[in-house]
Design a protein around this ligand. Sequence first.
Ligand code: SAM
Length: 242
Amino acid sequence: MKENLEKVQEHYDHVAEVYDSRYGGDVGERYHGHIREQVMCCLPKGGDLLDIGCGTGLFMKYYLANGGGRAVGLDLSPAMVQEGRSRNRLEHLITGTADYLPFRDNSFDAVSSILAFSYVQDPAKVLDEVYRVLRPGGRVAICTLGHNLFTAALPAVYKIGEKVHWGRVGVGDFDEHYYSDEEICALFTAAGFSKVETHHCSFAHVNLSKPLFNAARRFEPFVERRVPYLAFNLCASGKKEE
Ligand SMILES: C[S@@+](CC[C@H](N)C(=O)[O-])C[C@H]1O[C@@H](n2cnc3c(N)ncnc32)[C@H](O)[C@@H]1O
């Protein structure tokens, strides 16, 4: 059996060329755009950002366009990084793994990670690294699939998807981990972060057909506020004290 990290990398190398079109269409843009906003609102604008598991740099582009600053991205997949450089014209993209951040202590004002944290094998190590590279007063915001009614079924669906070679972005048996609020808060706190908060987002999922997505989107604000357990993604944020 291949190492999981290698398997994740191979998958994203394979889908890199079509990745942006998944999030560039009407449904994809609205899904990813909603997540981007949820993460952005937890971070200081216009500073030095590190985006972990940056993929093709969609969040970096958004961060730079909404307040300026500087953005550096790190991703496991060389092909995703290459797409980010050529298609999205981002310069500061490097290949690497989340649990070893090749940066000096106190280098960034903000650290983000979108739809990548479920893949990491040692989340405590990743958060220790995030804490180290953040400047005092800096903030981290991570958005990842949360553990809920729907994501509980995902491992089985993904196993089937892999067997039938359903080559869609993110579909595969990668032994992903879906976090509860309590679990992710405990990880952030253990790494040293204060002001740890979580909120849930995304009831309308990119994998839905357009009519279903539009219907789910209408209920999204209600779900996020009143029945957050039904939302797919969990956003967690924290601060490194001054
Ligand atoms: C679903 S994509 C999200 C990409 C981007 N954050 C976005 O929102 O479009 C997941 C990304 O996480 C990267 N990834 C997965 N595990 C990683 C790890 N341990 N270290 C760094 N990147 C990782 C994958 O290569 C892939 O590009």
